[in-house]
Ligand binder design. Structure first.
Ligand SMILES: Nc1ncnc2c1ncn2[C@@H]1O[C@H](COP(=O)(O)OP(=O)(O)OP(=O)(O)O)[C@@H](O)[C@H]1O
Ligand SMILES: [Mg+2]
Length: 347
């Protein structure tokens, strides 16, 4: 069983003069649009329930205005909810005192910002050390620690540079080093890579994935980019108009999208690069043919299957234990983007 790091329960956020009144209207079934047009209130979040597992990357994805930033800001209480709870380590963030919130932000949940949020008049090293000094660490020690993390993100030698002397990708590595240096278990990343060029962005995703293999942080990562979500997310929650419309791992989202909006969202992805052998393996007997690891993507399974006489492969786990059989037909079916139907079982 995976432990839950953050549990969000019945969270609502309504912007406007009288959010409580507006909330009762929403609970009685009024739409977001009517609430805006008739009562001039914006429904930011509508009954969000998400359990965020420890030590995984949980992606929150949605188009602009879907409520992603509003949601993540409730986790470290940069925003007050209209109703609901955010539980971290058994405590409800919504009820925490000022001191507890300060402690949460300094030690438990660090944020990495889209626009990097670096102090322009401080050096790179000072930028990373700053948060540690605020935590009460002596400046020598903070400097040492900041050096350690700057090395980890590949910025050794840049300690005395100023942010403006660094490229965007490098500045965001500073942002990452700064968040990691606090030793917080939870990283909150709101579109942290969205301002970067595609290649640099890809590099940053790699850096994050590499660090995560070792550090096992609980990362809450916001993006509007499906490729990014599929690439780095262990779990994905999709938001639309302030509501979670599907939660699951990337395989579930692609293979069992639970409404037309998501079907539309995923229609252009390269399915062969995302769907893994494990998702299509069927029960059966181990055959004479070749074996593939369960995480092999279909694009790489295809040539192996095509060459095998039986047009089947065995799917095995990391310990080479047999999981099931995968045949050519189901690989082609899954890759060809058949008319995906909303799965009844998944609903
Ligand atoms: N302070 C505010 N006052 C009024 N409405 C707000 C406020 N902040 C956010 N909203 C509204 O709440 C909804 C969700 O906004 P939010 O910024 O969370 O979306 P987002 O998914 O982060 O979008 P983006 O991808 O553009 O960053 C939008 O309709 C937005 O206009
Ligand atoms: Mg946002």
């Amino acid at each position: 069983m995976t432990d839950i790091a953050v549990s969000i329960k019945g969270l609502y956020k309504i912007f406007g003069k009288n959010p409580k009144k507006a909330l009762s209207r929403i609970k009685q079934g009024m739409s977001k649009q009517d609430l805006l047009e008739k009562h001039n209130h914006v429904l930011g979040l509508n009954d969000i329930n998400i359990e965020i597992p420890e030590k995984q990357i949980s992606v929150i994805m949605g188009l602009s205005g879907s409520g992603k930033s509003t949601l993540i800001r409730h986790i470290n209480r940069l925003m007050e909810p209209t109703a609901g709870e955010v539980i971290i380590g058994g405590e409800n963030v919504v009820e925490m005192s000022k001191n507890q919130i300060r402690d949460l932000r300094l030690h438990k949940a660090s944020m990495v910002f889209q626009k990097f949020g670096l102090h322009v008049h401080r050096t790179i090293s000072e930028n990373v050390a700053y948060g540690l000094i605020v935590q009460g660490m002596k400046s020598d020690e903070a400097k040492k620690k900041s050096h350690k993390w700057l090395v980890r993100v590949g910025l050794e030698g840049f300690e005395d540079h100023y942010p403006s002397q660094l490229s965007g990708g490098m500045q965001q590595r500073v942002g990452l080093a700064r968040a990691l240096a606090t030793d917080a278990d939870i990283l909150l990343m709101d579109e942290a890579f969205s301002a970067l060029d595609p290649l640099i962005r890809f590099d940053m995703q790699n850096i994050l994935l590499e660090l995560q293999e070792e550090l096992h942080k609980t990362i809450i990562f916001i993006t509007h980019d499906l490729d990014e979500a599929l690439r780095i997310g262990d779990q994905i929650a999709i938001l639309r108009d302030g509501e979670v419309i599907q939660q699951g791992d990337p395989q579930q989202i692609i293979l069992k999208p639970n409404d037309d909006y998501i079907i539309d969202f995923i229609k252009d992805i390269n399915r062969g690069r995302v769907i893994m052998a494990k998702s299509l393996a069927e029960k059966g007997r181990k055959n004479q043919g070749p074996s593939v690891n369960f995480k092999t993507v279909l694009e790489d399974v295809l040539p192996i299957i095509a060459k095998s006489k039986s047009q089947k492969v065995n799917v095995v786990d990391d310990q080479d234990k047999f999981i099931g059989v995968l045949n050519l037909e189901s690989v082609i079916d899954a890759m060809a983007r058949p008319n995906i139907e909303v799965s009844e079982t998944y609903r």
